[in-house]
Design a protein around this ligand. Sequence first.
Ligand SMILES: [Zn+2]
Ligand SMILES: [Zn+2]
Length: 793
Amino acid sequence: MQCVTSTAFGPAELLHRLRNRGTAAEVSPITHIERVPPRAGQAAPWPGWTDPTVRDAFTAQRIIAPWKHQAAAATLAWEGTHVVLATGTASGKSLAYQLPALSALARDPKATVLYLSPTKALAADQLRAIARLGLDGVRPATFDGDTPREEREWVRQHSRFVLTNPDMLHHSLLPGHARWGVFLRRLSYVVIDECHTYRGVFGSHVAHVLRRLRRAAARYGSSPTFILASATSGDPAGAASRLTGLPVTEVTEDTSPRGGVTFALWEPPLLPQSTLSLPAVSADSEFLDVELPPIRRSALRETADLLTDAVVAGTRTLAFVRSRRGAEVVASMTRRSLDEAVPGLGDRVAAYRAGYLREDRRAIERSLLSGELLGLASTNALELGVDLVGLDAVLICGYPGTRASLWQQAGRAGRAGGEALAVLIARDDPLDTYLVHHPEAVFGRPVEATVLDPSNPYVLGPQLCCAASEAPLTDADLELFGGEPAVAAAHALAGEGVLRRRPSGWYWTHRGRPDVDLRGTGGAPVAVVESSTGRLLGTVDHGSSHVMLHTGAVYLHQGVSYVVDELDLDDAIALVHQQEPDWTTHARDVTNLSVVNVRSYVDAGPVGLFLGEVDVTNQVVSYQRRRIGTGEVIDTKPLDLPVRELRTVAVWFTISPEALVAAGVEPADFPGALHAAEHAGIGLLPLIATCDRWDIGGLSTASHADTEAPTVFVYDGHPGGAGFAERAYGVAADWLRATREAISACVCEAGCPACVQSPKCGNGNNPLDKHAAVKVLDTVLAALPPSPGEARR
Ligand SMILES: [Zn+2]
Ligand SMILES: [Zn+2]
């Protein structure tokens, strides 16, 4: 990091220059500047219980003392309290679990520790960190799909710190628990790293895998303490308790040091009216789908301009762009404008992506550190080497989806003791629009919670089968797996002949093990395969496959564009070829919904709010091809796909027609008003729950047979629900207020992608009435009581 080209401008001057870029008459694109002050670290003494060999090993690594939050979480865990540490990126969460876990291993030469991470790469990092400490007798080892068979035996018998993942636990360790008996008997700690990644259906499965682990440990006589590490989120203790089924105490105060950051929220300026008919820059949206010409400059173009200015100012800057194609567009636009200014200057900017060979990536990282490169456009923080810190500025093109990712990206800026600049540039998306106008949602207490729903019957049933195949389920076990719903599920499974009830418990009746995919509910995921090479590009869950992978669909994978040649539903495979057409595809579907039951409701006079089960039938019937940029419809092609049925959980609200008319919405405008409110509501859900709009479906109608009133339904897109609708119900007033504000903050005339248009609308975004939608939401908000315990202002 030495010999860096000296920065000509500090962050404050750079920001000043950026702000003055436009003509004086323009409204400033900066909607908010937050100064995040530098923070001095607060160290704590090594807790008295720390084993001296462990303390010495850390001091040998030049860790002189823990930070206060590390010591607090570690001490809770040492005392046997299940704990979740939810603090920022690079706040040293590892030490907080290493300290009690390694001390326990030192104290009891037979004790063992199990560490779970969502990725192999993270487990490998942790393995290196623990091995580096050089502690005798710990013998840390990874146990994952890459571990050779002959090594697995050694790991089982000798390692006392096993690093693995939930899939391995599910497929290998738990079914083979007898071979792990000695390890399980001595199990003192279970560490769950990055636990916020266990959300939705996957999180619900993992919750049961952990209950199976607790049961197996108890069977061999241990009752381990759980230590969880999480990104900052709303209610980390609640999420951790749901995940483990145990009471969990949270530690959330971050006492690690950090450099100061000036953080600007940036909304690209309005386009002059005269340019509205010009094609927009393509690839701005990850969906590559534009209904109408955008009304603001594209976030990509804006990012490229800011990167250009930053490089001219001599500032080492990293721009994060959501798609790989977008990153390359930003890099090439930046290079072009730099070369126009100073021929050759463009060479100091590059694009960076996963597809590059490792050596190429290292070379790019090195030249950025040396100052040879000044600007880089990249797809994802996680693809960057851990060395790449200490940049002067970070540009974030579009909200990356969660606060955890936002802060991870912003955290790349800042040199030791120096000041850095971060800029979030809004894309035309309702959530981005909301965030740049509501800085408290970015910088205040987080409201976005990690949601999961272990009581989902489509998860619970298969998981009970797994548990029963590992050891017969007793009535006490059913309590562990959720009580009443688990008892009902066990009876249902017995009725199907899958389980058999005997006096000693419920038995799995089949020979083999149940085949359960942790990432799905019903329906095999569809494999996306490149025809010419046979390469598996990835999988798409069964539920999304008709919309995303129908024959003729343009499918984006890591920013590369493919066209689907054939979707074979029988074999769950989609054959694709690489192609970058100048059109996008847009599936049209027909959805019907009926209410099965109501779990809970709020009667608020003319307004009703409900949570319950619904049956949704959906058929993708055709798709349109639309010209990128103009949105011009090229043609509509029919599709022959079967109707699908989904039983899931929904939140819905109803409003009496009289109340709507009183609010100034004419009956003829009901459909457009409700439809617009539905779209924006789905767009804003990620504000309160870690999901994206593809996890969610919606339906709005001026009159529904089951509710007999104008109604907006928002439902979980996974069979049995994933917890998103439930979360929305719990904080409905906050959610709908944010929705209302996102729509009203948008300056467009009649609705645009930044407010009420949706990239996944099955009705071609028609009808939509944004002004009437605000009236709908005002009516609902006036009637609804505030969200319990979630008031943010
Ligand atoms: Zn708009
Ligand atoms: Zn729609």
